[in-house]
Design a protein around this ligand. Sequence first.
Ligand code: AMP
Length: 311
Amino acid sequence: MSILVVGSVAFDSIRTPHGTVDRCLGGAATHFALAASFFTHIRVIGVVGEDFTAEHEAVFHARKIDIAGIERAAGNSFHWTGEYRENLNEAQTLRTDLNVFERFQPKIPEAYLDSEFLFLANIDPVLQHQVRKQMPRVLMVCGDTMNYWITGHAENLAHMLHDLDALLINDGEAKLLAKEANLVRAAARIMEMGPKTLIVKHGEYGSTAFFGEQSFPVRVCNRFFRAPALPLEEVVDPTGAGDSFAGGFFGYLASQLEITPAVFKRAMFYGGVMGSFTVERFGTERLQQLTREEIDERFGRFRELSHLDAE
Ligand code: AMP
């Protein structure tokens, strides 16, 4: 099974209480692809500028991620500048330079058209919708967005939300999108906007899936399912945790023959596992050196965290 992902491939300049990094490899599609590549085959659609070098390409190649769909354009790559203060669950965006993404018109290579799964990672909802339209036969579509698009591009976002089987966003974004402070009511309102299932990420507190009447691909535990996050002693840089969660979640789902309620629950756990690795170092550093054995070992710790029946 293959996942096609469209989203930002970027350089990030980040300040956290642990230090600063300037222009490290980042972007929503990058973090997603690295995390999901431990579970299934990944193809990326995006655009980069002249500042994206062979060294950056090698990061994708090392994980066997297909980047033939990443276009090269004149100018600079997307550049995000952000900061985390005491609350590591909340990024403050200092600057967003769209650069080459401003004129990007996504074209799906012929060889990508048979992808079974589609992930619309965080980027302009107009681009997300354009890619969705070009992939009418995919089995399942998940997507993400953030404050920047919720507040500044509401109309385009509303259009894109109808494209989704599942939306994955963090709880602040869910409340902002629904204009509702109570999460359960916010979730109900968001599912009326299009997505059949909603997955809310709570940073260091785990994640919750909300299921409506029409939930797809499954309905679990009637209305909600909550998965834990691993309590960590040290969080170096939360950037990319949400995309890594999405990569672990969707990558695991796509790797299974059938999506049952048990598979869906395990996918939520794998999401948490991948997010917990990402925050241990700046940028993509931790995912680049991760092994499948470490993932399995941590999955076992997640299971212990929340398993009531085992001795
Ligand atoms: P998260 O997983 O939510 O921490 O997402 C982090 C990534 O989102 C960073 O690597 C940024 O490059 C990327 N990003 C930040 N702002 C935007 C935006 N407005 N559109 C697309 N990607 C963004």
